[in-house]
Design a protein around this ligand. Structure first.
Ligand code: GLT
Ligand code: MN
Ligand code: MN
Length: 389
């Protein structure tokens, strides 16, 4: 019998070179796994059933590569993509790991560093475009401060805005047709990062010259680091027409960015997220921005990658079961029951409606008597997830 949790291209499951390629280095310890070449990673991802592979400029082409080396690397990578049928839906720039970015990239206090960051981003966009990427992610890992004594956040906003406006024009003038997706994170590696949440990014986007070209790339772990409900952030982005990409992983509450296997910890939150994405018909990449535990060996890295996709598909099936569950649906109908009597006040404003609503006498005590069966409903969800429904 065919495995019903087998990933298929239409699921749009993607991984970054830096995810399954993670060598297990952390701030306290050395790498524990051999580095894999981009070509090896493409084959690994094809083996486990992924649809696409994403990269930072320097995951693919080392920062000091000559143009000849760049050409050789890119052509061997293209060959691996052809051999496996994988595509590159997204690319991004590493604007954080080089020492030059220690005080930020687009928001560095040094104008030469800001110009260098812009140059690096344009070259990264060229590389992404060459490999077919239609989404370009901006994660500002160093765009922040430890002390606010030396940088004015208004300057930082202005510099970041100018950089994005410049890059939007670059995208237009080169006919790349890319969308940009801004990824928020509250802190780490900086003490405080600017625009720390998806909501903050959404507000910022409306101040750009080409807001239609720019959306967000929310990451599960990053919103959870800020103690926020990830699905709510995703819903706000969707509502604004700005959910251009998504980084799926997991995290145990507000602490360092754990980037765990999707759904390994917050199963219920992951369920509501998958249910949301499937309910609204999100059609972008499901990108797993996660990495295997430091204790994993090469084989276990594959188990990690398979697990991310399998859990997504299991939760997708659970979302179908939620929709088809008559007891759950009956409770939902009760919860949202509406006798239609308030429609005379809703919809477009009119002075008459406002006057009539102001005059109406509500029985506040009676309204307050209505409870909601959320305990019963939530228990059904728990039982569904635990496999006894
Ligand atoms: C880095 C970060 C991620 C971002 C990547 C894209 S880089 O791995 O932790 O959250 O999505 O720049
Ligand atoms: Mn992360
Ligand atoms: Mn991410």
């Amino acid at each position: 019998m065919a495995d019903r949790y087998q990933p298929r291209p239409e699921h749009k499951f993607t991984f970054g070179l830096w995810t399954v390629g993670n060598t297990g280095r952390d701030p306290f310890g050395k790498p524990v796994r051999d580095a894999l070449s981009p070509v090896e990673i493409v084959h690994l991802l094809a083996d486990v059933g992924a649809y696409g592979v994403n990269f930072h400029d320097n995951d693919l082409v080392p920062i000091d590569a000559t143009s000849g080396e760049r050409e050789r690397i890119v052509s061997s990578f293209k060959r691996a993509l052809e051999d496996t049928g994988l595509c590159v839906p997204m690319a991004t720039t590493d604007l954080y790991s080089e020492s030059v970015f220690r005080d930020g990239a687009f928001t560095s206090n040094d104008p030469k560093v800001r110009a260098y960051a812009l140059q690096k981003a344009m070259r990264g966009i060229d590389l992404g475009a060459e490999l077919g990427a239609k989404v370009y992610v901006f994660w500002g890992g160093r765009e922040g401060t430890e002390t606010d004594a030396g940088k004015n956040p208004l300057d930082a906003s202005r510099w970041f805005r100018e950089a994005l406006n410049f890059l939007c024009e670059y995208n237009i003038s080169h006919g790349y047709g890319m969308n940009f997706a801004l990824e928020a994170k509250p802190n780490e590696p900086r003490g405080d990062l600017y625009l720390p949440t998806t909501g903050a990014m959404l507000g910022f986007i409306s101040t750009l010259d080409h807001p239609e070209m720019v959306g967000v790339n929310p990451e599960v772990a990053h919103e959870q680091m800020a103690g926020l409900n990830f699905m709510h952030a995703v819903a706000q982005a969707w509502d604004a027409g700005k959910l251009f990409h998504i980084d799926l992983n997991d995290q145990n509450g507000p602490r360092y960015d754990q980037d765990w296997r999707f759904g390994c910890h917050s199963v219920k939150q992951a369920f509501f997220l998958v249910k949301f994405l499937e309910d609204v018909g999100y059609s972008g990449s499901r990108h797993f921005d996660a990495h295997a535990l430091r204790t994993s060996d090469a084989e276990d890295v594959r188990a990690f990658a398979r697990g991310c996709m399998r859990t997504y598909l299991i939760l997708k099936e659970k979302a179908d079961a939620f929709r088809d569950d008559t007891r759950i649906q009956a409770l939902l109908a009760r919860i949202t029951e509406d006798d239609g009597n308030t429609t005379r006040w809703t919809g477009t404003y009119s002075d008459e409606k406002a006057e009539s609503l102001k005059q109406h006498s509500f029985d506040r005590a009676a309204l307050a008597l209505r409870g909601q069966p959320y305990e019963e409903l939530d228990q059904l969800v728990v039982e569904l997830l635990l496999g006894v429904r």
